[in-house]
Design a protein around this ligand. Structure first.
Ligand code: SF4
Ligand code: SF4
Length: 317
C-alpha cells in the first residue's frame, strides 16, 4: 500500500490506517485474541498506522497484536483528553506500559473543542513537548471535530500532527462547511503539518458508499492518511482493496457494510443527569423526560458520551 510522510515528521504512514475504537470495549468489545487478529491482518495487508486512545481501552488489543507481529514496526498513534501536566504524564506512561512500546510515535490531545479548551490544556501540551524531547513520544498533535479549532491548533507551537474530522459529506465537522475545513487543512498541510483523517466513513453513515467516500478522501490530497475502524478481516480486506483501487464484489461489500449500528441508552440504568448531553459535541443528545433523546442522524458514534456516564448506561449496539 502507498505510504506518505506524515507532514514534516520523520514518520511514514500507509494511506489507510486502522482505528481501534470500534473493536474496543466502548463498541464491539472484541476479545483480546479477536482484536489482535484483526490488527495483525491489517498489518499483513500493508496497513502501517494503528490509531488508539486512552479513552478507548484498546491498548491490550494493540499490545497483543504488536507482540505477535514479526514485520517492520507499525506506527502507533494515541491520544488523551488529559487536561493537566500530571494527567498527561500519567496518560503517556499508561500507553507505554499497556502497549509495551519503548516510545509512542504520535501522541495527541484528544477531541479539543475550542480556543478555551486549547488554553485549558496548555500544561498537558507542554508535557507532551517535554516527552518528545525525552524521546518518549516522536511527534505530538491534536484531534478535533471543529474546523475553527483545527485552524487554531495548526498555528499552535509544537503541533506537528492533526487528526481532524474529515469525510466526503462533511459529516460531524463542526463550526464550518466542508469547503472551509478543506481550505484549513490545505493551509495546515502547506505549513508541514501531518494530517490523518478521522471518520472518513462518517462514523458509519457512509458505510454503504465506502468505495466512493474513500476514493474521495485520498483524491482530495489534503490528508496523508485516513483511519477507518475495523472489526473483522473481511472489513480489512475490503478497505484495503478500495484504497488500492482493486475491484470489490458488490455482495461482499454489502456483507461487510453489515447492519447499521446505533447509540442506545439503557433507561433502566439512566439517572437523567445529562452529563452525556454536555459531552456530545455533535448535539446528537438533548435533555429528555426520562433519558436524553438521541438524534441518530447527527450521532457519529464517536463514543465521547459513554465514558462520562456514571451509570454505564450508554452502549453502541
Ligand atoms: S451521542 Fe455520543 S456517540 Fe453520538 S455523536 Fe454524541 S458523543 Fe458521539
Ligand atoms: S450520562 Fe448516563 S446517566 Fe446521565 S443522562 Fe446520560 S445516559 Fe443517563
Amino acid at each position: 500500500m502507498k505510504k506518505q510522510q506524515l507532514g514534516k515528521t520523520a514518520i511514514e504512514v500507509s494511506l489507510l490506517g486502522i482505528g481501534t475504537l470500534t473493536m474496543s470495549p466502548m463498541q464491539r468489545d472484541l476479545s483480546l485474541a479477536d482484536g489482535a487478529a484483526v490488527i495483525l491482518h491489517a498489518l499483513a495487508q500493508g496497513i502501517t498506522l494503528i490509531d488508539t486512545a486512552q479513552m478507548y481501552g484498546s491498548y491490550p488489543q494493540v499490545a497483543a497484536a504488536l507482540s505477535q507481529w514479526k514485520g517492520p514496526a507499525p506506527v502507533v498513534a494515541s491520544k488523551s483528553a488529559a487536561r493537566t501536566r500530571e494527567a498527561m504524564q500519567a496518560a503517556v506512561e499508561e500507553c507505554l506500559k499497556q502497549t509495551g512500546l519503548s516510545h509512542i510515535d504520535v501522541f495527541l490531545l484528544h477531541a479539543v473543542r475550542d480556543a478555551a479548551d486549547i488554553a485549558a490544556r496548555s500544561a498537558a501540551l507542554q508535557y507532551l513537548r517535554e516527552a518528545r524531547e525525552r524521546g518518549l513520544v516522536k511527534a505530538i498533535g491534536a484531534s478535533s471535530h471543529s474546523a475553527l479549532t483545527v485552524d487554531l491548533l495548526a498555528n499552535t507551537a509544537g503541533i506537528e500532527v492533526l487528526h481532524p474530522m474529515y469525510n466526503r459529506d462533511g459529516i460531524g465537522i463542526l463550526d464550518a462547511s466542508l469547503a472551509e475545513m478543506t481550505d484549513i487543512l490545505k493551509r495546515a498541510r502547506a505549513r508541514g503539518i501531518g494530517i490523518y483523517a478521522m471518520k472518513p466513513l462518517g462514523g458509519g453513515h457512509l458505510r454503504n458508499d465506502a468505495a466512493a467516500a474513500l476514493h474521495w478522501i485520498f483524491a482530495s490530497q489534503v490528508v496523508d492518511s485516513a483511519v477507518v475502524g475495523m472489526t473483522s478481516s473481511d472489513e480489512v480486506d475490503m478497505n484495503v482493496a478500495l484504497v488500492k483501487d482493486e475491484p470489490v464484489d458488490e455482495g461482499f461489500a454489502r456483507k461487510v457494510a453489515g447492519r447499521e449500528r446505533r447509540l442506545f441508552i439503557n433507561a433502566g440504568l439512566c439517572q437523567n443527569c445529562n452529563a452525556c448531553v454536555e459531552a456530545c459535541q455533535q448535539q446528537a443528545l438533548r435533555p429528555g423526560e426520562k433519558t436524553p433523546a438521541i438524534d441518530h442522524e447527527s450521532c457519529i458514534l464517536c463514543g465521547y458520551c459513554a465514558p462520562v456516564c456514571p451509570k454505564f448506561a450508554i452502549r453502541i449496539i
